[in-house]
Design a protein around this ligand. Structure first.
Ligand code: MG
Length: 265
């Protein structure tokens, strides 16, 4: 099931995506509230998808937890970047945080900070947490997952190197595009994660290549912080990261979820 958050006639709402009964396209079936809180009861209203504006499908309640260096081929390509942490695949997930103020939605603009010289894309699978989770064992970790969406862990690479700590480099406003929808039933075995810039494929990986699995990451993070419903975990990026410049259109597509598209200004 695909869950969207949308703006229509000046109001924000939540919806489930469904085929129009006459076969004319996709419609938003409006829900009475946030499905994470109020479930899936509908208002009965159906809105053609093209008439609404999709916004970030979730605003993280307290934090975006990110995993660095979780694809071996990306770790390899980062070896020339000093100050980026260890040069090897970490034995345990390497965690950092992005503030929830970095989140934007589909078709929103990524704003290049004037103080950054090299801003790069990192297409990633994002996990949306659906329940309060503290010290969850690996074998129960997927029970606290609400669903999955596409993310772009936008990173100011020069500041990441300069600072050593990654909070500023990865925490700028607009540096965490999420969307376009939350898929509640994604097959994690081999979902393709592809990033394109102006239509050119830059990154092409699969969740089959994750060093630490989604269940491992959720469990591990929950042993550090209490995860709240609406918190989001980014699972790392495959090889192929590269620069974004003003005027670019960047797309992160995950098979089974959709395409997260943003322009760069
Ligand atoms: Mg990343």
């Amino acid at each position: 099931m695909k869950i969207a958050r949308f703006r229509y006639e000046g109001e924000l709402g939540f919806a489930v995506l469904d085929q129009a009964e006459d076969g004319s396209g996709i419609e938003l079936v409006e829900l009475i509230g946030d499905p994470m809180v109020t479930g899936y009861d509908t208002t009965g209203r159906r809105i053609p998808l093209e008439d609404a504006r999709l916004v970030a499908p979730v605003i993280p309640r307290s934090k975006v937890v990110c995993v660095g260096k979780n694809y071996a081929d990306h770790v390899e390509e980062m070896k020339h970047v000093t100050g980026g942490g260890t040069a090897d695949v970490p034995e345990e997930p390497l965690l950092f945080l992005k503030p929830n103020t970095s989140v934007i939605g589909p078709d929103d603009q990524i704003v290049l900070p004037t103080i950054a010289e090299r801003v790069e894309h990192e297409g990633e699978l994002a996990v949306v947490i659906g329940a309060v989770a503290k010290e969850v064992p690996v074998e129960r970790a997927l029970e606290v997952v609400f669903g999955f969406t596409c993310a772009n862990d936008v990173s100011a690479r020069d500041l990441q190197v300069k600072d050593g700590q990654w909070a500023r480099a990865k925490g700028f406003d607009t540096f965490c595009p999420l969307g376009p929808v939350i898929e509640t039933d994604l097959d994690l075995a081999d979902a393709t994660v592809e990033t394109r810039v102006n239509g050119e494929v830059r990154q092409h990986g699969s969740t089959a290549q994750l060093v630490h699995s989604v269940a491992d990451i959720v469990s591990y993070a929950s042993h550090a912080f209490t995860l709240l419903p609406g918190d989001v975990i980014l699972t790392g990026t495959p090889a192929g990261v590269g620069p974004l410049v003003a005027g670019d259109t960047v797309e992160v597509e995950i098979a089974g979820i959709g395409i997260l598209r943003n322009t760069v200004v």
